[in-house]
Structure formats: structure tokens, C-alpha cells
Design a protein around this ligand. Structure first.
Ligand SMILES: Cc1cc2nc3c(=O)[nH]c(=O)nc-3n(C[C@H](O)[C@H](O)[C@H](O)COP(=O)(O)OP(=O)(O)OC[C@H]3O[C@@H](n4cnc5c(N)ncnc54)[C@H](O)[C@@H]3O)c2cc1C
Length: 290
């Protein structure tokens, strides 16, 4: 690795100023993607801007409306150790515990998982299913966008020069709602998803009020399958309807063949994982019925 400078700003304003004055600067949180890429010679920033000491990026709290405010640099272990997250957003706690092993989880953030923009990023489908919104800050002020609009291609995001992801806002869980993320990896842990599927569902009066399905590793970006959710809305949570939604997800996937799996295998996995994720999300929604 070539020499680089390091800065650890204590405020968001200071971090934005550093990024504005150094076009070859790179922000980082856990560094578990960035440092690997720098070692491999894929990136050679002149300045690394450490985001871990900025209060807004370390926030993990619920506001008055019950919305979870999750800072972009909060490490996975803080997320899955948080009682409120475990109780109200269990799928989020589970995916934070799925990323890497314990040493990775003590550094890696969900902000980094999203900003790295790998199609296989495990937390992104869950954030999409939970309707999370990104808070972005930059030279022109703050803006918000839905997580599903953040990645524009492999390694590409909507972030403009000098912009930072500050964090996520995750709406409070509705009554009788549940979510789940499942992935297929050849090894049980410390592996990259060959395919992944997240589902979130709300039940009301015996039918599915709304559902969201999002996929990992089967398109150039994490993919929200709107047609699967639209199909399930106002329908009974039957096996037949779940299978049809899983089939819509299978059709929406645009997988490639690479060293981890073939396009055909991935498409098959999308059908299986979506069906199982929906079944588990519905089971959780039933348990959460008032
Ligand atoms: C052994 C190992 C196992 C892994 N297992 C998994 C796994 O199971 N599932 C999985 O999805 N990933 C896995 N990863 C990849 C990685 O750990 C995750 O993507 C992690 O969430 C990245 O978070 P980070 O904070 O370390 O990101 P960093 O490396 O700090 O940053 C990643 C990228 O995002 C940018 N960035 C970071 N924060 C911000 C911000 N707030 N605003 C703007 N840009 C930002 C950085 O410039 C960089 O380009 C693994 C990695 C390793 C080394």
C-alpha cells in the first residue's frame, strides 16, 4: 500500500470540510471493505477520513415517533446487542450478526455495507424491506433518499463529491408486522451470499396489508421487487400466494454466472429464499399480532 494521510474529525462539519478540500480523500467507518480494496491496489486515496468519532454517525436511538435513528458508522455488534433493535427490528439484529465473524462485526457498519455498493451486501435488502431512508450530508446541505435508490451499479452510489451517508431512519414496526432475511452461502459463515432475499409483511384482518421483497447478489444492485409486494397486497397469506410472489421475485432477478454460482442456480435460489423469507416474516407478523 502507498502512504496515505489519516484524519479523525470530531464533527460532521469538520469531516465535510476535509472531504471538500481533498478530492482524493476517502471516508471510512470499519475499513473492512476499504482496507481490503486498498491492499489489493483497487483504490489509492491520499487521505482516509475516519468517521467513527462523529456523534451523528454513531447515533443508535429511537425518536419520539419510534423511528430508529441508526448512524452510518455504528458497528454491527452495537446493533445486535441493542435490546430495542432485537425486540422491534429482529431481522436487522440478525443481519448485523450475520456479517463476517465477531472481529468484523466489532468494526463493520451498515453505512459501509451500503456505501461499498456490493450487490451481495447482506444488510441492504433488509434495510429496503424495512423501508429505511438514508440521510446524506454534503457541501449543498442534507438530503434524504430511500435505501433502494442509493446504489446505482456495482460499487456505484448516488453520493456526489464530498457527500457522506450520515445514517438511516427506520420506521417503527407496525402492529402484526414481521421481517426476515435469508441468504445462501456455501459455508455457514464468513462467506459472501450467492443469493439473498429479505421480506417484510404486515397482516390486517386476515390478509396481507402490504409486503416488500428485496434481493441480494442477483442484479447489479440490491433489488426491490415491487411486483412481488404488489401481488401480495390484500391477499390471504396462503402457500399459493407466497409461491406466486416468490415466482415474481425469481423472474425479476437478473443474476450473472461467476465463481460463486451460475445464473441458473441463483435464479432457483431466489425462488426458494423468497418463499422461505416470506413464510418466516408472516410467522413473525402473526406472533406480533396485538
Ligand atoms: C472477513 C470478512 C467477512 C465479511 N463478511 C461479510 C458478510 O457476511 N456480508 C456482507 O455483506 N459483507 C461482508 N464483508 C464485507 C464488509 O465487512 C461489509 O460490507 C461491512 O459492512 C463494511 O462496513 P465498514 O464500516 O467496514 O465499511 P468501510 O470499509 O469503512 O467502507 C466501505 C466503503 O464505503 C465508504 N463509506 C463508508 N462509510 C461511509 C459513509 N458514512 N459515507 C460515505 N461513504 C462511506 C468507504 O469509502 C468505502 O468505499 C466481509 C468482509 C470481510 C473482510
Amino acid at each position: 500500500m502507498k502512504w496515505f494521510d489519516y484524519a479523525a474529525p470530531r464533527s460532521l462539519a469538520e469531516a465535510l470540510d476535509l472531504l471538500a478540500r481533498n478530492p482524493r480523500a476517502r471516508p471510512f467507518a470499519g475499513g473492512t471493505d476499504l482496507l481490503v480494496q486498498m491492499r489489493a491496489g483497487q483504490l489509492d486515496p491520499d487521505l482516509l477520513v475516519d468517521l467513527k468519532h462523529i456523534p451523528e454517525l454513531n447515533e443508535l436511538d429511537c425518536d419520539g415517533s419510534g423511528t430508529l435513528r441508526l448512524g452510518a458508522a455504528v458497528p454491527c455488534c452495537r446493533i445486535y446487542e441493542d435490546e430495542r433493535v432485537r425486540r422491534h427490528w429482529p431481522a436487522l439484529a440478525e443481519v448485523a450478526e450475520m456479517i463476517g465473524g465477531i472481529p468484523i462485526q466489532s468494526r463493520a457498519s451498515l453505512g459501509g455495507n451500503l456505501c461499498n455498493a456490493a450487490p451481495s451486501a447482506d444488510s441492504v435488502p433488509v434495510l429496503i424491506a424495512l423501508r429505511a431512508v438514508c440521510r446524506i450530508a454534503g457541501p449543498l446541505g442534507e438530503r434524504r433518499i430511500a435505501v433502494e435508490e442509493f446504489c446505482t451499479g456495482p460499487g456505484q452510489t448516488v453520493l456526489g463529491p464530498g457527500e457522506l451517508l450520515v445514517g438511516f431512519e427506520i420506521p417503527p414496526p407496525e402492529p402484526a408486522s414481521g421481517a426476515c432475511y435469508l441468504r445462501f452461502t456455501p459455508r455457514a459463515e464468513m462467506d459472501i451470499a450467492v443469493a439473498g432475499a429479505a421480506a417484510a409483511v404486515r397482516l390486517s384482518n386476515g390478509v396481507i396489508a402490504w409486503a416488500r421483497v428485496a434481493l441480494a447478489a442477483v442484479a447489479p444492485t440490491p433489488l426491490l421487487v415491487r411486483e412481488a409486494g404488489d401481488w401480495l397486497a390484500d391477499k390471504a397469506p396462503t402457500e399459493e400466494n407466497i409461491r406466486e410472489a416468490a415466482e415474481l421475485a425469481r423472474k425479476a432477478a437478473k443474476p450473472i454466472t461467476d465463481m460463486r454460482g451460475t445464473a441458473e442456480q441463483r435464479r432457483h435460489l431466489v425462488g426458494v429464499l423468497t418463499r422461505r423469507a416470506l413464510q418466516q416474516a408472516i410467522a413473525r407478523a402473526r406472533e406480533a399480532q396485538p
